[in-house]
Design a protein around this ligand. Structure first.
Ligand SMILES: [Fe+2]
Length: 159
């Protein structure tokens, strides 16, 4: 593959940061698609709040996808957000087809957030020495997704 964009990272740092960003772009694209699928298919008593909260998650996932992909470009790594790549490599759990009850949607979204956050935390660790700038970006994503993870759980939690 040609290297038209140079990096200020050395080859090893670039490899670690590039792999972390590549996997993050893939997971976040899938998360945004899962949240939209749920947004369209949710039914039940809490339709409205769940429907609206899902678009809040879509916005976060799309914004973070762009930030991760453009961080990859900034370190000279070509991002890959193609549907076929996402389908093959995603670390998200997925979402069933058809109408989904609001309570099942909440469980599904919490599960997907848990999986995506787990991947982010592994990459935060992996990038600590290699590229703290990429690590900082991933920490920001994890902070927001963990906030949303709490908010999704709180919709059905009982003490
Ligand atoms: Fe909508």
């Amino acid at each position: 593959m040609s290297q038209p964009i140079t990096s200020t990272l050395d080859a090893e740092q670039q490899k670690i940061a590039g792999e972390a960003l590549r996997a993050t772009v893939i997971d976040l694209i899938d998360l945004s698609l899962i949240a939209k699928q749920a947004h369209w298919n949710v039914i039940g008593r809490n339709f409205r709040s769940v429907h609206l909260a899902l678009d809040e998650l879509v916005t976060a996932a799309r914004d973070f996808t762009d930030a991760a992909a453009e961080r990859a470009t900034a370190v000279g790594v070509s991002p890959d957000g193609r549907a076929a790549t996402v389908a093959k490599e995603t670390g998200a759990l997925g979402f069933p087809d058809g109408w989904q009850q609001d309570t099942a949607v909440i469980d599904g979204i919490v599960g997907n957030l848990t999986a995506v956050i787990k991947g982010l935390r592994e990459r935060i660790e992996a990038t600590e020495k290699a590229d703290p700038v990429t690590q900082d970006l991933l920490i920001g994503f994890a902070a927001r997704l963990e906030q949303l993870h709490w908010m999704w759980q709180a919709q059905v939690a009982t003490d």
